[in-house]
Ligand binder design. Structure first.
Ligand code: TIU
Length: 222
């Protein structure tokens, strides 16, 4: 057990029941020609956090703590893609369309893959999710119960969409959630800041936030 100097107050870190969950660090959100760019976003904001996310993942692996990865993606027949999601907005290419890295956000396509630098290693749980939240229409809830997890440290993209949605889902299911502030990013600096403030407001109403260094220090002292 160790106290992490988090906001809005210390987070009591219990390594035996904690996992890291890395949300959607996929080429589709980080590279030109992918889903994020098709929505008109500056994807370079995402690539900048890769070394920090890597450091966090390696800290968990070195301590023998579980690392879980999620991927936003859909079946090739689009049976898990509601028209309301496919038709939203005015992207240059839609989910399921053929792009320069294969079909956008479709399981098994090269653009949908997790970035090489952050690729899962053997034995790590990878959750393919059709929604923004990682609990919706996936086995994540049962997997966490089987693993005996009670606390989740969050990293990944984007802060106010898939990360925040999954944190809120996890918080409602009774998990204590801590977001690594510098291991998450948004396409909009103001949205990232607002999401971080919303999460930890009102006495950690959704969860805690801390830097990657503070999380790694907690691991070192636990
Ligand atoms: N567009 C956006 O900000 N995010 C997503 O569509 N997915 C995730 O956040 N992973």
């Amino acid at each position: 057990m160790a106290e992490i100097a988090a906001q809005p107050f210390n987070f009591t870190f219990r390594p035996e029941t904690t996992a890291l969950i890395v949300i959607d660090m996929q080429r589709d959100f980080a590279e030109q020609g992918g889903f994020g760019a098709s929505l008109g976003n500056d994807v370079s904001r995402v690539t900048k956090i890769v070394p920090t996310v890597k450091r966090l993942i390696e800290g968990f692996r070195a301590a023998g703590l579980p690392v879980i990865h999620t991927m936003e993606c859909h079946r090739p027949d689009l049976s898990d893609l509601p028209p309301a999601k496919r038709n939203r907005g005015n992207p240059t290419i839609r989910i399921g369309d053929a792009g320069p890295m294969g079909r956008v956000l479709i399981a098994g396509e090269s653009g949908t893959a997790i970035l090489d630098a952050l690729a899962p290693v053997d034995g790590e749980l990878v959750i393919e999710k059709p929604g923004k939240g990682a609990f919706y229409a996936t086995s994540l809830g049962e997997d966490l119960k089987r693993m005996g997890i009670a606390q989740l440290v969050f990293a990944g993209v984007t802060t106010e969409v898939c990360v925040q949605t999954t944190m809120r889902e996890a918080n409602d299911r009774g998990y204590e959630c801590l977001l690594a502030e510098d291991a998450t990013e948004s396409y909009f600096a103001a949205f990232k800041q607002a999401a971080i403030e919303m999460i930890r407001a009102q006495g950690a109403i959704v969860g805690w936030t801390a830097t990657t260094d503070q999380v790694l220090e907690g691991i070192a002292h636990a």
